[in-house]
Design a protein around this ligand. Structure first.
Ligand code: CO
Length: 431
């Protein structure tokens, strides 16, 4: 399989953040990683490989070198994407002939891109089973829903400054009134449980549109959820391919970036801190010196220059798809990159023979945010914000460069194989 085929397969297996974490956990287990439940004491041994999940939607994996480690080489990305969450009582009748589902927005999507395409439902259900309460992933693996546009004849202004009301325009159609009451049964059947055993659920829409590699020279890849599963996939591959000697490589894929990260499993939580503290105490490492000799890569996709609107990019900082890793700058530190973290990460990319390019917003545009600076409020250390250049961020179908996944895997393999020796504040050696 080519790298892009593997990426497409990874995304297909990951229609929700729960599935992304399950897909990563399965891969880690196949590579000999041991699951550490947060509710037990941990035994961590030199040479061991481990992972921890929280809320089934965030995961942190690490491997321990055989020699005493100096610090942590970490990469964080996110498992969630903008979508619509299905409410507790979702079914409602419309026009005396339809059953549609009541949803609310999760994150900041481009609404128009969710219209007129096959959709379905994925997430988790919590079931009562043999006296226990048990969470299980569920994915309805068929075309189940669609949000229809209004015909141009009925809405003449549809091509001019259209606005979308999430409580009116974005509800998906499920069937005729004959199917009233069947949503829960469809979910139960897909989960392999009895409908009456489902106590609660976290269910989201996902796009069924298949990914494709396209363009005159097959230079582009389009798919749902490239932000941020492209970085999650590439960091997993780089993490698994690395040969770490002096530092602990840490892979973090965290939920809820799209809604600000302030959840028990998001980048604003203590999840990363908790795992690092437990590693330190198990290995007899001192936390604070270890953190000062550590580095975090915050990996979340970046905006490529748009073919029809290049003016939206800063004239001197226009990332190019297939142009390699984008190092992101923001004076107000919504991106964590500074001169030191840029120098360290760009040196690693250079050593790995991977091209880098630079992004900054136009000075009159606020731009987006990500998880690096939020993670720094819990674990503070040198951090760089990077991503792969893509078009149509937060569309239900995004486009990126077909060669860039490989660029990121190569760079992160090198990164995870390295360690940071801090000689003084402001003086570093990459070893
Ligand atoms: Co993102």
């Amino acid at each position: 399989m080519t790298v892009n085929e593997k990426l497409i397969d990874f995304i297909k297996q990951s229609p929700s953040s729960f599935h992304a974490v399950e897909t990563i956990a399965r891969r880690l287990e196949a590579e000999g990683y041991i699951s550490l439940p947060e509710c037990t004491a941990w035994t961590i041994l030199p040479g061991g490989k481990y992972f921890v999940t929280r809320n089934q939607s965030s995961v942190i994996a690490f491997s321990v070198p055989t020699a005493a480690p100096r610090g942590f080489m970490m990469c964080a990305s996110h498992s969630d994407s903008p979508t619509f969450k299905i409410k507790e009582h979702p079914e409602s009748e419309s026009a005396g002939m339809y059953v549609k589902l009541n949803t609310e927005r999760y994150g900041g999507m481009l609404c128009s891109t969710w219209l007129d395409r096959p959709l379905s439902v994925a997430g988790r259900v919590v079931v009562k089973s043999e006296g226990k309460i048990q969470s299980r992933t569920v994915c309805v693996d068929r075309d189940l829903l669609l949000i229809p546009n209004v015909a141009i004849h009925m809405m003449r202004g549809a091509n001019d400054n259209m606005s979308y009301n999430a409580n009116v325009d974005m509800f998906p159609l499920m069937g005729s009134t004959a199917v009233k009451g069947s949503f829960k049964k469809i979910i139960a059947e897909a989960a392999g449980v009895a409908a009456e055993d489902i106590i609660a659920s976290d269910l989201y829409l996902y796009s069924r549109t298949a990914a494709t590699v396209w363009g005159a020279e097959n230079e582009f890849i389009s798919s749902p959820r490239l932000d941020d599963l492209q970085c999650a996939f590439a960091s997993l591959e780089g993490f698994l391919a690395a040969d770490a000697k002096d530092s602990v490589p840490v892979l973090a894929v965290l939920d809820n970036e799209e809604v600000g990260s302030q959840t028990k499993q998001g980048a604003a939580s203590t999840f990363l801190y908790d795992v690092l503290m437990r590693i330190c105490s198990a290995l007899g490492m001192e936390y604070l010196p270890a953190i000062s000799c550590s580095f975090l890569v915050s990996a979340d996709n970046a905006h490529a220059a748009h073919p029809n609107h290049p003016e939206f990019s800063d004239a001197n900082h226009r990332p190019k798809m297939n142009g390699g890793i984008v190092i992101k700058h923001n004076a107000n530190q919504r991106y964590t990159t500074d001169a030191v973290s840029q120098a360290i990460f760009a040196s690693i990319c250079e050593a790995a023979d991977v091209p880098v390019q630079y992004f900054a917003n136009r000075s009159d545009m606020a731009g987006g945010s990500t998880l690096g600076n939020i993670a720094n409020t819990q674990v503070s250390l040198n951090t760089v914000d990077i991503g792969l250049a893509q078009l149509a961020m937060h569309s239900s179908y995004e486009t990126a460069g077909a060669k860039d996944t490989e660029h990121l895997i190569t760079a992160l393999t090198r990164f995870y194989s390295s360690s940071l020796n801090v000689l003084a504040d402001g003086e570093y050696a990459i070893e």
